[in-house]
Ligand binder design. Structure first.
Ligand code: FES
Length: 356
């Protein structure tokens, strides 16, 4: 056995052999105890020993909370002052709703600054000494429990709230105001109620059905059984509020074997088995995107509402409250598919104002 801390011929280190000996011979099967190395010496932060540094940290924390307050105030002003129809160009995204952008950014700033302030406060001013507690029976002694309660109650003192009124007041302001956006959203929502906005779409009688995004018209002969097209009305790109209009007018076009269609109205409103339905889910408005051509089911990926295309898009599963509205179509003289009328009912979600 090597006595000098080098590797033994069998590959076992000296230290390992010595421990093994202790295990077997020294203590009759009980391993020797290691000496408790204790905690490394505590290094005080500058704010612990220098009141000037502590005041500087206090101001930094207060600044972060103040930025949170400003973020919340911007949210409140934007909620009331910005027209929800105003659009803005965002690099990399394109046109976006200005109010949504400002509300999102200001709420993010408000939340982030509260978190950043709390973290900075904890790292610079709150006590950071490590405390070692010996293990004991699971139920603490009564005096320990009392001490724990005292410690919790004394947390305010430890956090120096009494000594640092600047933090106390700015934190109070940040947390107090932070509730306001939540109240606004609960009370008023994040925009006006839709009213009858979903009752009218861009579709008009005679408008060609255009492939989206190619923008090319579709002949009835292009639509084979089992195929599905994402469709927009002709001319929608020239409308004043393109995104909004596209959001309401999106349509799915499918061709079924006419014998598979079980509802006479659906057959009449289509053309030789070709049928068009709103793509906007009647639950809460997600785009219905998955068409299962074997079963003729349309599935909404958001909450799995499933619509049976052979039964006039009746809801056969999920939370949607009503079928997808059908767009009545026909063909023009050149064989192109065109709308035979606008939607006859509102597209999109059913909501309490309109019912289902
Ligand atoms: S939005 Fe389609 S199921 Fe909920």
């Amino acid at each position: 056995m090597n006595e000098h801390g080098t590797e033994a011929p069998d590959g076992t280190s000296t230290e390992a052999v010595r421990l093994d000996q202790g295990h077997i011979e020294g203590t009759g099967g009980i391993p020797e105890r290691f000496t408790n190395p204790g905690l490394p010496a505590h290094i005080h932060r500058s704010a612990d020993v220098d009141e000037k540094a502590a005041r500087k940290a206090e101001k930094q924390v207060a600044t972060l909370f103040t930025l949170s307050i400003i973020g919340t105030l911007v949210f409140i002003v934007a909620y009331f002052a910005i027209d929800h129809r105003t659009q803005v160009f965002m690099p990399g995204i394109g046109l976006a709703n200005l109010q949504n952008v400002v509300l999102g950014v200001s709420l993010a700033v408000s939340l982030f600054m509260i978190g950043a302030g709390a973290v900075h406060w904890a790292k610079t001013l709150m006590p950071d000494e490590e405390v070692v507690e010996e293990r004991h029976t699971l139920r603490s002694q009564d005096e320990d429990r009392t001490a724990a309660v005292d410690t919790i109650l004394g947390g305010g003192d430890q956090a120096q709230l009494g000594r640092r009124p600047l933090i106390k007041y700015t934190l109070g302001g940040a947390l107090g105001l932070f509730a306001v956006p939540l109240v606004l959203q609960v009370a008023g929502g994040l925009g006006p109620l839709p009213g009858d906005a979903l009752s009218t779409t861009f579709w008009r009688k005679g408008m060609k059905l255009m492939r989206d995004p190619e923008g090319t018209p579709i002949k009835a002969t292009d639509v084979t059984i089992g195929s599905v097209f994402h469709v927009m009305p002709e001319g929608i790109d020239k409308s004043e509020h393109v995104l909004e209009e596209k959001g309401k007018a999106a349509v799915l076009l499918m061709r079924l074997d006419p014998d598979d269609i079980k509802v006479a109205k659906e057959r009449d409103w289509g053309h030789d088995g070709i049928v068009a339905y709103s793509k906007i889910c009647t639950h809460v408005g997600c785009p219905v995107g998955l068409y299962e051509q074997q079963t003729h089911h349309l599935l909404c990926p958001c909450h799995q509402s499933t619509f049976d295309v052979t039964q006039d898009c009746k809801v056969i599963f999920g939370p949607a409250g009503r079928p997808l509205p059908q767009l009545k179509i026909t063909v023009d003289n050149e064989g192109y598919l065109v709308a035979d009328s606008p939607f006859r009912e509102a597209v999109g979600p059913s909501f309490w104002e309109r019912g289902s």
